[in-house]
Design a protein around this ligand. Structure first.
Ligand code: C2O
Ligand code: CU
Length: 642
């Protein structure tokens, strides 16, 4: 619902900018006439009515958005984007003067600007002040012009020119402010040193300057013999997909997905990363496992990327069971897509035939290739009837995937590694929407017939299918889209009651589409922003150990954003004001779709400087990256550029 409304509004705002321009032009002409005909400005002001109609349409869109998605979605429309044009327009409708018409024109342009370069919540007061200034300049210039109408037509442009000049100045000052910060070239590249250009959004307690800790000190156990030991060697290699296509890939130990690491909760795990020949560098991030900060594998924040010939040892003790995954965090947009990822399973006692099923998009020339792991065609597997089957679905791509499952009722037994309390049986043909980076464990009892799994990615047609049948011969069934699984009401709240408030910090994250300065401050493109900013200008969220933190994440743009906070498990409280009624919704990667507004909370119980970013690596690379930093932790790493 929200997405078409957003798009409609973008078009309406453009039409309004044009209509407003014509209105101002007309006012300028009539004002510049040596001897204005009586009532000229009063007669048949068609363009005024058109402008009013477009504004009315935009108001209707905003009200619809409010009704369907809630106040979070429309805050900046009602507080800023609409008032800047509605107020002057009301004036122009009441008093058909040239001054009012000029001001309406400028309001229409401001409104356009604020839709295409949306300010974050923290910038609303400044943006409102700047708008008032721009409108006042316009009024002043038109009044000045009013006395000089005999001078001829040229001055007719004065109000706009001065208003536009004020607007450009404000925008330039604003963007200067926005891109200030320490520029880096790599999105693994780090936050600004905590306490340096890191802006606190919370009410800071002010750290005692004495006890600052370095990220480097926050390691896993350094002593002791590991219970599980692995070596992962990253190297260039070819991956052959089931259709026969070969992908020029990056592999761990010669394969992609890399080897499954299966460990037990409480074990000391040691993984040695060796980079054979990946020039971009490699790290290992344990997605969803809340490891100590120094083991988190974020280049430029918790370590330097491991170059060719280098190695790095990670040691940590997994504290929860479930389905996790590992991937490189260096140049992730390309390197994960090309294959530097694998499954990390912390034994959870689920019984039966188990498969890790990655939903992946491989690079394939023009188009990406949708696949289950390396299965990009129909693959048949034998499972005896009556056996329990557990599919661990892991989305290693940058897009959310709709997964179709037909031929059997099933249960979703875990979400992002967290078991679901009393998972109810879902009817065959219930679709699962899996966030980029997210995981669902799906369980069913093998029937006599065929069970089919398909990947429904609207933009990327694909042939990937898995067919399970007792003799392993059955072809996969054709599947239609079905009802979407809704996590909000699924299962029962069985576990310990989640902690809730009172909260020490409250943060507001608004995800938008808009024009912004790209990485390195260079390009100006239509992109995805957090609170109107791009990294490294996105304010860091400062917390103190022990804080209870509440956050609201709202997607006002036209695209999904799977938000992933490192080092902490988050709990979803509500979506668009509707509370979670099913099993406690624990997650590490929350897909925030257009028009959705989630309230979440977490405990600041793992000190460090942590990434919080969109797991669509393309968005992350273009700046959808921020950090949650503890007020007593600093990082010595500063991105590869330093
Ligand atoms: Cu799975 Cu910061 O990543
Ligand atoms: Cu995104």
């Amino acid at each position: 619902m929200a997405e078409p409304l957003f798009l409609t509004d973008l078009i309406l705002a453009l039409v309004l900018a044009i209509a407003g321009g014509l209105l101002g032009r007309r006012a300028g002409r009539s004002q510049a006439q040596p001897a204005p005909q009586q009532g000229e400005a009063r007669r048949s002001p068609l363009v005024l009515y058109v402008t009013a109609a477009v504004v009315a349409a935009r108001l209707a869109v905003a009200v619809l958005l409010l009704a369907t998605s809630g106040w979070q979605l429309v805050t900046h429309r009602f507080l800023l984007g609409l008032p800047v044009v509605v107020l002057p327009l009301a004036w122009a409708l009441l008093r058909r003067t040239a001054v009012a018409a000029h001001t309406t024109a400028m309001g229409a342009w401001l409104s356009f600007f604020f839709l295409y370069v949306p300010p974050g919540p923290q910038d609303l007061p400044v943006a409102a002040g700047a708008s008032a200034l721009v409108l006042a300049t316009t009024i002043g210039a038109s009044l000045l012009l009013g006395d000089r109408r005999s001078r001829g037509g040229r001055l007719a442009r004065l109000p706009w020119l001065s208003g536009a000049a004020a607007m450009v100045t404000a925008a330039a000052l604003g963007s200067l402010f926005l891109v200030s910060g320490s520029p880096t070239t790599d999105w693994g590249g780090g936050p600004e040193r905590a306490g340096h250009s890191v802006h606190a959004m919370g009410h800071g307690h002010g750290a005692g300057a004495s006890a600052m800790r370095s990220v480097d000190a926050l390691t896993g156990p350094r002593d002791g013999t590991p219970d599980a030991r692995f070596t992962l060697t990253a190297a260039h290699g070819a991956v052959r997909l089931s259709s026969g296509r070969a992908v020029d890939a990056l592999t761990f130990n010669g394969t992609s997905p890399g080897p499954e690491l299966r460990v037990t909760q409480g074990q000391l795990v040691e993984v040695t990363l060796v980079n054979k020949n990946v020039t971009e560098g490699v790290t290992l991030h344990w997605h969803g496992v809340d490891v100590p900060n120094a083991e988190d594998g974020v280049p430029g924040v918790t370590q330097n990327a491991v170059g060719p010939g280098g190695r790095h040892v990670y040691r940590f003790v997994p504290d929860r069971t479930g389905t996790y995954w590992y991937h490189t965090h260096r140049d992730a947009e390309r390197s994960v897509e090309r294959g530097l990822f694998g499954a990390l399973i912390v034994e959870d006692g689920q019984q039966g035939v188990q498969h890790n099923v990655f939903t992946h998009l491989w690079p394939g020339g023009e188009d990406q290739i949708g696949a289950f792991g390396t299965t990009d065609s129909a693959e048949r597997r034998a499972v005896p009837a009556g056996r329990q089957v557990v599919l661990r679905l892991i989305n290693s791509s940058k897009e959310p995937h709709r997964i179709l499952l037909g031929g059997t009722p099933f249960r979703v037994t875990a979400h992002d590694g967290n078991p679901i309390g009393e998972p109810g049986e879902l009817k065959p043909g219930t679709d699962l929407l899996l966030a980029a980076g997210g995981r669902y464990d799906v369980a069913f009892t093998m029937p006599d017939g065929v069970v089919t799994l398909r990947l429904d990615t609207s933009e990327i047609p694909n042939e990937a299918a898995l067919a399970f049948s007792p003799d392993g011969r059955a072809a996969p069934a054709a599947l239609e889209q079905g009802d979407l699984f809704d996590r909000l009401s699924y299962g029962e709240p069985t576990g310990p009651e989640p902690e809730g408030g009172p909260y020490d910090r409250d943060f507001d994250l608004v995800l938008d589409n808009g024009f912004g300065f790209g990485f390195g401050g260079g390009s100006f493109t239509y992109t995805d922003t957090i609170n109107g900013r791009l990294s490294p200008a996105v304010p860091t969220l400062m917390v103190r150990e022990g804080d209870r933190v509440r956050m609201r994440i709202t997607a006002r743009g036209i695209i999904d954003h799977p938000m992933h906070l490192h080092g902490h498990r988050i709990r979803v409280i509500s979506r668009n004001g509707e509370a979670v009624t099913g099993s406690t919704w624990w997650t590490d990667t929350l897909n925030v779709a257009p028009g959705e507004s989630y309230e979440i909370d977490f405990s600041a119980d793992n000190p460090g400087v942590w990434m919080d970013h969109c797991h669509n690596f393309e968005h992350a690379e273009s700046g959808m990256v921020m950090h949650v930093a503890y007020d007593d932790v600093t990082t010595p790493y500063h991105g590869p550029a330093h």
